[in-house]
Ligand binder design. Structure first.
Ligand code: UD1
Length: 426
């Protein structure tokens, strides 16, 4: 298995081109199941999760063609065609690796009237149930049964029926899924307590281009009037706010000056505001963010993860890495997932001093981190180890980096271009 070797201590200086958002690309690709026509997606990042989802879609009969991109910096351009869906089953072997693949249940049910989808896998950051998905689909008239680890879902004879769906708690995946199911249902669906993460809005905007009738985009209430058919379209995936935030924290930690390109600071208002309070300089322009930091004496600021526009849970581990060297004590509260502190034990190997009590981690800043042998545990946690390693003295070896490959495109290259010493050991 590949490992990553990092020699820490270099400041980061240079430019980083931000990729398309993984968490937008995945639901957009899944939305292709809703139409017989071509859905052409631009700015798709080259990531293990994207490759895995291609296999899942192909298993349903999707024809996938990679088209020539305008330039090297705008990700992949891929055409998805689902005129012949010939299999409504998403098997365990394909779904177990990535939770988002469960979301195919929405469009399959809406277009084919039935779906058989394995219960999902993905990052081990909590129990991550699918009750909101199943209750939501039931509200739209589906009959749901769970047998042998699979969800069997059947729509009524004339198709799904629009209804009011209220989630007990905000869920990104359940919002994507019920929205995709509702666009082809009979009548109107109102999703209350919907997620309003930018990736949800990106999917909704793409569906509207395909002919869906959705209002309330970017709010917690989505109103969807079902239509008979969706057409094809071309859609550009929005920039990855988590990748952007990760590199901002890497620069804040190591010091230096980096310019992020092809990004958008409006998706990162809360983390940017916190970083400014930590004492780094950040300036934003149309699609760039510039950060300047001296890599020392960061002011400790407490955070609490929240749904968008709050501090994203997907940046919590990276922020914790940053706070390990602050000039004081910072409290980090995780409110979205119940078990998202696995990086604490790994950060401790660098000499970090962190105490966890329930949902709160208290990070006592130390002056120096030392390189160590560490293990990636989940997608975002793994990149927190990269951030710590970049600022630590000496050598770090990170194993199990397949987690990193799921979500960070060309990480070593992007960091090396900014002066970091990072290499992959095959
Ligand atoms: C998505 C993101 C993930 C991010 C998370 C929260 C993708 C591919 N993944 O994950 O990177 O960390 O949003 O912003 O976009 N829940 C239930 N029952 C359900 C569904 C969810 O209890 O049926 C709970 C979860 O356990 C969790 C909370 O709701 O505590 C939020 O999870 P959710 O927003 O659904 O996360 P994902 O969509 O899986």
């Amino acid at each position: 298995m590949d490992k990553i070797r990092i020699i820490g201590g270099n400041p980061l200086n240079g430019e980083i081109i931000i990729s398309g958002a993984k968490n937008a690309a995945l639901p957009l690709m899944i939305a292709s199941l809703l139409s017989e026509e071509n859905l052409i997606l631009e700015n798709i990042p080259s990531l293990a999760d994207v490759r895995q989802l291609k296999l899942i879609l192909q298993n349903h009969g999707c024809e996938i063609e990679e088209l020539a991109s305008k330039d090297n910096n705008s990700g992949m351009k891929i055409s998805f065609n689902n005129r012949n869906i010939n299999n409504i089953c998403a098997p365990y072997e394909l779904v177990a690796k990535m939770r988002a693949s469960f979301w195919v249940i929405g469009p399959l049910l809406a277009r084919m009237g039935e779906a058989r989808v394995s219960l999902p896998g993905g990052c081990a950051i909590g129990t991550r149930p699918v009750d909101f998905f199943l209750d939501g689909l039931r509200q739209l008239g589906a009959q749901i049964e769970i047998r042998d680890g699979y969800v069997l879902a059947k729509a009524p004879k004339g198709g799904l029926i629009g209804n009011r769906v209220r989630f007990p708690k905000i869920s990104v995946g359940a919002t994507h899924t019920i929205m995709m199911a509702a666009v082809l249902a009979n009548g109107t669906t109102i999703i209350e307590n919907a997620a309003k993460e930018p990736e949800v809005a990106d999917l909704a905007n793409c569906l509207v281009k395909m002919g869906a009738k959705i209002s309330g985009i970017n709010t917690h209430i989505l109103t969807i009037e079902g239509v008979d058919k969706l057409s094809g379209t071309t859609h550009k995936t929005l920039p990855d706010r988590i990748e952007s935030g990760t590199y901002l924290m890497a620069a804040a930690m190591s010091g230096g000056e980096i310019l992020l390109k092809n990004t958008n600071s409006k998706y990162l208002e809360t983390p940017i505001n916190i970083l400014r309070q930590n004492g780094v300089q950040i300036s934003e322009e149309k699609d760039t963010i510039r950060i300047k930091a001296n890599g020392a004496g960061l002011r400790p600021i407490d955070i609490e993860t929240e749904e968008f526009p709050g501090f994203p849970t997907d940046l919590q581990a990276q922020y914790m890495a940053l706070m390990t060297r602050s000039a004081g004590i910072a409290k980090i509260k995780e409110t979205i997932f119940e078990n998202r502190f696995m990086h604490v034990a790994e950060l401790a190997r660098f000499g970090a001093n962190i105490k966890v009590k329930g949902q709160v981690a208290t990070v006592y800043g130390v002056p120096i981190l030392h390189g160590a042998q560490v293990m990636a545990t989940d997608l975002r946690a793994s990149v927190s180890l990269v951030i710590a390693a970049l600022a630590a003295r000496g050598e770090t070896i990170i194993s199990r980096i397949y987690h990193l490959d799921r979500g960070f495109e060309r990480l070593e290259e992007k960091l090396t271009n900014c002066g970091a010493q990072v290499e992959r050991i095959k």
